[in-house]
Write a protein that binds this ligand. Sequence first.
Ligand code: SF4
Length: 64
Amino acid sequence: MKISVERARCEGYGFCEQSAPTLLRLDDEGELEILLEEVPAAQTEAAEAAIRVCPVAALNLADA
Ligand code: SF4
């Protein structure tokens, strides 16, 4: 699975980072960085949790 962010939607709230800190990180400018685009199977749940907590639905998970 691949995780991606729709930059135009992302408001930099950072909730996703708290749910999946190994996959997502806000940089010093509040820009979301995707640390691991290819989500390891063991982290699928964390990726799904990050998607659920994003208040503006900016994250997507798709089959690679
Ligand atoms: S929770 Fe959503 S809006 Fe906030 S940083 Fe993550 S992707 Fe962006």
